[in-house]
Design a binder for this molecule. Sequence first.
Ligand SMILES: C[S@@+](CC[C@H](N)C(=O)[O-])C[C@H]1O[C@@H](n2cnc3c(N)ncnc32)[C@H](O)[C@@H]1O
Length: 204
Amino acid sequence: MTGVEFDETAFAGPEHLDPAYVAGYDRKAAFDPADDVAVLRSHGLDNDSTVIDFGAGTGTFALAVAPYCGRVIAVDVSPAMLSALRAKAASTGAVNIAPVQAGFLSYAHDGGPVEAVYSRNALHHLPDLWKAIAPRRMERWIDATSTDRSEIGWTRAELETHVRDEHSTFTWLLEPMLVQAGFEIVKAVYAPLGAYAEYTCVRS
Ligand SMILES: C[S@@+](CC[C@H](N)C(=O)[O-])C[C@H]1O[C@@H](n2cnc3c(N)ncnc32)[C@H](O)[C@@H]1O
């Protein structure tokens, strides 16, 4: 994990990391994934396809889609969820499900092409900036703007802290917020790399 990365486990929801909660999860949060499987099949999912399920939980969808595809990669940050998923896969004899302890951001795919990516009730664990996969752009911005000396600018560690622990957002979210708050944006200056903007606003 580099300094800029979001700590996905810390925001996974404490209950999802708790084996006692996970033990009762299927009873509490049962759902029928049949329609979701049907949609993927109608879009060409077949026995050669690879599917990734992000935030797979106890594997309800992974188990349902497994008979209709070549491989399911079930990604979740929670060891307790993955352990429940493994037990269910073993009890049904599904051999094409690969549980991976990782998150939306930290998962590194090194297999062949992926035909379908599925996620249910999990993306909300990421703040907006991270939902839209900003890290790569942020890394470029930090590489280009950081200095070695804190007294004459911002070091890599300082910029990483800013991205990770503070609340930057996108221009297309911030600008409507300014307008909603009663301002007219009379000037906007966007820095190269798309990671910084300056606004001059007047109260409208
Ligand atoms: C509400 S449960 C949903 C589980 C399953 N998809 C379902 O619909 O029943 C959310 C799941 O997302 C996982 N999760 C939370 N943050 C995550 C992240 N950043 N990356 C991957 N999984 C995450 C949790 O551990 C949990 O298993």
